[in-house]
Design a protein around this ligand. Structure first.
Ligand SMILES: Cc1ncc(COP(=O)(O)O)c(C=O)c1O
Length: 502
């Protein structure tokens, strides 16, 4: 394309930017936005946890691209009307779905400041890089992980797992997979983890070109922890048939039940077998900061790589996760590429610490570290320790409430902060019980009372509470128990009515 085609003289007579034409007006609106969100967060407990997006809202969000400007006030008003009321609900005290943190008001402000700075952490000698390096050091210190380890802030647990397993794959001894790919691999490369391992691990394995069938899913015991004996047998069997076992995954808190694999035993096996030991701690690694849980999570510090999520139990606003790699050299070796346009210099902006780009997939990288830095400064690590302990205590309390209620049944031991339970009745078959519990869940959601989610354990549909919520109080769990039972009774009555009609 030739630039001659552009009538630059005419265009440059009227240069534009995307900044506001009236700064004072936008400043005023900005204050109003902050007020709106602060009030929203402050009073969130009085709102329904979730409201289904109305048709009106969906229609408003299904329009062609705007070609002409709208005023800031108009856009904000649309946000208030069609977007904010139909949010997911994970900032509410009775949200315990999937594993989703609730963020904080100060974290929200931090994200605003970071967006204002708009720093790209890909390369350069600037403050955001030092902030991020500092929070990685803080995370290692908080968890007691090797201070020599390298780290990277990423979007979340999935990317942390992806980054870690890429390092594991690219550093398999005697293979140069970065250059040769898998084509010249002498045999299939095998990786092992329990059946309870999060799906992001399988996705990673597929994406890395290893193939899902290279992931050996080892059965779990009655406490949903990996069966060590079966793991050893699987490795031995694969070695005998010429396959190459190269990585063992340990779960520090499985997504289904919060089970913690015997990490020290896994580390020992990995060492003996000369395999990489990765721990997926996206959900539960931060439980290791609570003294009472240190022993359960023992072995996490032996991991070659550790995946962490800060938007879950550390309550940072979405998105932010972290990966730690024990051996910095191997980490860099897995990702470093020398590009003429990205070389570091002795002075000027391209100087500074080793680029994050040498430690992960991303080049351009937003300033996610600011909310971590500001939040940790706001509260101090001890407060996070207390909140995590509080969440575990609340899960135990809910477990007791369920145990004490003849119509509810705990479906897995409460090992951390996950409670799996269901409504039961002696007249109901398994199929009917599954059906009723799914209906209960949908009633809880549609009424806006609570968000719990679900999983299947040994063929049973179970209601699952994952408590990483710093806003929940005891009374919220009491409400959940009462509303679950009430919904169960209602559905039983409906069933009787239908039977009577038939
Ligand atoms: C154990 C575990 N690993 C990985 C992930 C994926 O994390 P993210 O959703 O932050 O990508 C999750 C999410 O729930 C998880 O619980």
């Amino acid at each position: 394309m030739s630039t001659n085609k552009i009538d630059f003289e005419k265009i440059l007579e009227k240069e534009e930017s995307l900044d506001p034409s009236n700064w004072e007006q936008l400043k005023k609106l900005g204050h109003e936005m902050v007020d709106t969100m602060m009030d929203h967060l402050k009073n969130i407990g009085e709102q329904p946890v979730w409201q289904k997006p109305t048709n009106k809202a969906k229609i408003a969000l299904d329009k062609p691209i705007p070609t002409e400007p709208h005023s800031h006030a108009e856009v904000f008003s649309e946000f208030r009307e069609n977007i904010l009321p139909f949010a997911k609900g994970n900032i509410h005290p009775r949200f315990w779905g999937w594993v989703e943190g609730g963020g904080t008001p100060f974290g929200m402000l931090a994200d605003m400041l970071a967006a204002g700075m708009n720093s790209n952490l890909g390369i350069g000698d600037h403050s955001a890089v030092y902030v991020e390096l500092q929070v990685i050091r803080w995370i290692k210190e908080f968890l007691g992980f090797s201070s020599e380890a390298s780290g990277l802030l990423v979007s979340g647990g999935s990317m942390a797992n992806f980054t870690a397993l890429t390092v594991a794959r690219n550093n398999i001894p005697d293979m140069d997979l970065r250059i040769k790919g898998l084509f010249e691999s002498p045999s299939r490369l095998m990786i092992y983890g329990s059946v309870e391992t999060h799906s992001s691990i399988q996705k990673t394995i597929e994406t890395l070109g290893l193939g899902a069938s290279s992931f050996v899913k080892i059965p779990a015991d009655e406490n949903f922890r990996i069966d060590i004996k079966l793991l050893k047998e699987a490795i031995e069997k694969d070695r005998k048939r010429g396959r190459i076992p190269f990585c063992v995954i340990g779960n520090a808190g499985t997504v289904n039940t919060g089970a913690i694999d015997p990490l020290h035993q896994l580390a020992t096996i990995a060492k003996k077998e000369n395999m990489w030991f990765h721990v997926d701690g996206a959900f539960g690694a931060f439980a290791s900061v609570v003294n009472e849980f240190k022993d359960d999570i023992k072995g996490i510090e032996e991991a070659d790589s550790l995946a962490l999520d800060l938007h879950k139990w550390m309550c940072m606003p979405y998105e932010v996760g972290c990966v730690l790699i024990k051996n910095r050299k191997l980490h860099r070796k897995a990702f470093h590429i020398s590009s003429p346009y990205l070389l570091s210099h002795e002075k000027g902006l391209p100087a500074g610490p080793d680029s994050f780009n040498h430690y992960g997939l991303q080049l351009s990288k937003g300033f996610n570290g600011l909310k971590v830095w500001m939040s940790l400064k706001e509260h101090g690590s001890e407060k996070y320790r207390r909140i995590i302990r509080q969440n575990i205590a609340q899960a135990a309390y809910l477990g007791h409430l369920i145990d004490d209620n003849a119509e509810l049944e705990l479906m897995a031991p409460v090992s951390l902060n996950i409670v799996c339970y269901r409504f039961t009745h002696p007249d109901l078959s398994l199929e009917e019980t599954n059906f009723i519990n799914k209906e209960i869940l949908m009633m809880l959601h549609e009424s806006g009372i609570a968000i719990v989610t679900y999983t299947i354990l040994n063929g049973a549909y179970v209601l699952r509470v994952a408590n990483v919520n710093h806003r929940s109080r005891k009374k919220d769990f009491e409400v959940l128990v009462k509303e679950t039972v009430d919904a169960g009774h209602f559905l039983l009555k409906e069933k009787m009515k239908r039977k009577a009609v038939v």
